[in-house]
Design a protein around this ligand. Structure first.
Ligand code: MEV
Length: 307
């Protein structure tokens, strides 16, 4: 049996603007992971099991556009593999929450199948292949999710460019709060495409501002200027609200986190539901965690950059 896993991801700043070539800052979330397990079978077919979504099927019965099937086919092609296999996929990353669950599932599958056939895959190739699957699910993705999940490091991401690793000075702690409502990323990316087409100048100006905040945030993290990061996140949230990708439940959690002492808070990922992220430290962590739960978070996840 061969097993592999991949982490979730969180966007610190820059979502949506990333689709339009502006920089975005994202980091892996090691506390939640997707797992894939590959076992050789005597029969000559590939069985796909994903108990979390009630899937137990033969690969040949899954359509070309099924994301799990696509990841398995890509991995088998790349490894020149054939024959009997059972691929079992599980994940503790909340799906459709903005935490990169689909990219993590793809990366876990790609890693497990390649390892099973002793086919070496560099992170860059894993990211490229996972991007092919992301395109099936998200319409017009920037590539940020598959990149962060495949490289497992904090990155400053610009669409179409090599990901730039983000240096971290000091320790930055975050609490992720999950509204429990699904984030309709694809619909919101499509909605913004419409707004951008209708009023390119206005929407581009908002994306430019988000890009500037993101660059400043990367510099703050690199130089250990913790005090600067919170206000940059808050400003990014205001711009995301103007773009129309926030939601009442996200804003409830964002406000609760700030009132409980978070240095900054904003939605993270596609928005419209899903998760938000708050910047905390040792002195505010507990109060923010309690406030998020009281404001309706169905779960919180602690994650950090640096040490
Ligand atoms: C999704 O995690 C982030 C978005 O910017 C979409 C993308 O970049 O593909 C909303």
């Amino acid at each position: 049996m061969t097993q592999a896993s991949a982490p979730g991801k969180v966007i610190l700043l820059g979502e949506h603007a990333a689709v339009y070539g502006r920089p975005a800052l994202a980091a892996p979330v090691q506390a939640v992971r997707a797992h894939a397990e590959v076992v050789r079978l005597d029969e000559n077919h590939v069985r796909v099991e994903a108990p979390d979504i009630g899937l137990d099927s033969l690969l040949k019965d899954l359509s070309e556009s099924h994301p799990l099937a696509k990841a398995i086919r890509l991995a088998m092609q790349e490894a020149h593999a054939s024959g009997g296999l059972r691929v079992r996929v599980t994940s503790d990353i909340p799906p459709a929450s903005g935490l990169g669950s689909s990219a993590a599932v793809s990366v876990a599958i790609l890693r497990a199948i390649s390892a099973h056939f002793e086919h070496e895959l560099v992170a860059d190739r894993v990211a490229q292949m996972a991007f092919e699957v992301e395109k099936l699910q998200h319409g017009d993705p920037s590539g940020i999710d598959n990149t962060v999940v495949a490289f497992e490091i904090p990155v400053l991401f610009v669409k179409g460019e090599e990901p730039r690793p983000v240096g971290v000075t000091g320790r930055f702690q975050f609490l992720i709060g999950d509204t429990g409502e699904p984030s309709p990323t694809k619909a919101l990316v499509t909605m913004l495409r419409g707004r951008w087409t209708g009023d390119t100048e206005f929407v581009d100006a908002l994306f430019d501002s988000i890009g500037e905040l993101t660059d400043q945030a990367a510099a703050s993290i690199g130089q250990g200027r913790m005090g600067d990061l919170g206000p940059l996140m808050n400003h990014n949230q205001t711009l995301l609200e103007t773009l129309g990708v926030s939601s009442p439940s996200l804003e409830r959690l964002v406000l609760a986190a700030r009132e409980a002492g978070a240095a900054g808070a904003k939605l993270s990922g596609g928005g419209g539901g899903g998760v938000m992220i708050a910047l905390v430290d040792d002195s505010t962590l507990e109060a923010v965690d309690t406030a998020l739960h009281e404001a309706g978070a169905v779960r919180t996840i602690h994650t950090e950059l640096g040490q």
